[in-house]
Write a protein that binds this ligand. Structure first.
Ligand SMILES: CCCCCCCCCCCCC[C@@H](O)CC(=O)SCCNC(=O)CCNC(=O)[C@H](O)C(C)(C)COP(=O)(O)OP(=O)(O)OC[C@H]1O[C@@H](n2cnc3c(N)ncnc32)[C@H](O)[C@@H]1OP(=O)(O)O
Length: 242
């Protein structure tokens, strides 16, 4: 039977092999990608702070950052590609759900429904996403350089305990605020009769999206708790492949 020391050695070898297998080009690309994303979210943080300090209100703030937000949040789709081609050791499903739900919030709620843009809940999820992403992408960058300052590691694997529920609250309250507007305007909906003979009601689609947080959010949260135990406490966690 293999001893735990042997297991540890095998584990370390596997990690080194995976790092070596990633190759210099992939590492260079990931470093560039993470630096660009950290910079993008820093720009968003600075723009939001400047807007609030100058205007003294959150009204109009969303419009001032909409383009930058759409660009950098949509660019996160590349991460699903990273997982799919195996250059980062993360689940395609976990990353896909996280990224797609954010893209949905940005494109199909906050940017499409002007009336919700001045809701406090929008500012809540924007601030939470911004803090999270600055910590996450800077952690990945330093990790690739094998020099992670402890406070960044600490922030990456502790802040989410508070920020994740707050972000979810901001997102759900925003979708909730959108419901009456969507119902009134019948936006993105297709009513019968029509030449395709298909009906689609965006209002019910939003209700289903809200309900889907119930099974999906705990899975994302517990995934992060497992990552936290692995990174901060060195626990070896055997994850099922996708
Ligand atoms: C389409 C209709 C949708 C309808 C709605 C559906 C609702 C679904 C509910 C979803 C709720 C989401 C709510 C959410 O939006 C709210 C918020 O985000 S609030 C803010 C707080 N959020 C967080 O803190 C997010 C935390 N979660 C995550 O970070 C994600 O789980 C994930 C992005 C997937 C990251 O997890 P991951 O498994 O990657 O863990 P690690 O970060 O520890 O990374 C593991 C290893 O991979 C390496 N890695 C990963 N990415 C990179 C990269 N870009 N560059 C380099 N390396 C990378 C990382 O370093 C680790 O490597 P190693 O093990 O060698 O250290």
């Amino acid at each position: 039977m293999a001893s735990s020391e042997d297991d540890g050695a095998v584990d370390e070898k596997e990690t080194n092999n995976k790092r070596r297998n990633r190759g210099a080009i992939a590492t260079a690309w990931l470093t560039f990608y993470n630096i660009a994303m950290t910079a993008g979210w820093l720009v968003l943080a600075i723009t939001m702070m400047r807007f609030y300090l100058q205007k003294g209100t959150h009204r109009g703030l969303y419009r001032s950052i909409a383009k930058t937000l759409k660009f950098f949040q949509t660019a996160a789709l590349i991460e699903v590609g990273h997982c799919a081609i195996g250059i980062v050791r993360t689940s395609v499903i976990v990353t896909g759900v996280q990224v797609c739900s954010r893209i949905f919030m940005v494109w199909f709620i906050a940017s499409s429904i002007r009336q919700v843009q001045s809701e406090e809940s929008v500012i809540l999820f924007l601030v939470v996403w911004t803090v999270t992403e600055i910590c996450r992408y800077s952690y990945y960058t330093f990790n690739l350089l094998h020099q992670v300052p402890y406070f960044i590691k600490w922030a990456r694997y502790n802040l989410f305990i508070v920020l994740y529920p707050l972000g979810v609250m901001g997102e759900l309250l925003t979708i909730y605020a959108a419901l009456p507007i969507v119902r009134r305007t019948a936006m993105y909906s297709l009513r019968l009769p029509n030449k395709y003979n298909v009906s689609f009601d965006y209002y019910y689609c939003l209700i289903i999206a809200m309900l889907s947080y119930i099974p999906l959010f705990p899975q994302l949260f517990f995934h992060m708790l497992r990552q936290r135990r692995k990174v901060l406490h060195g626990e070896v966690i055997v994850e099922k492949d996708d």
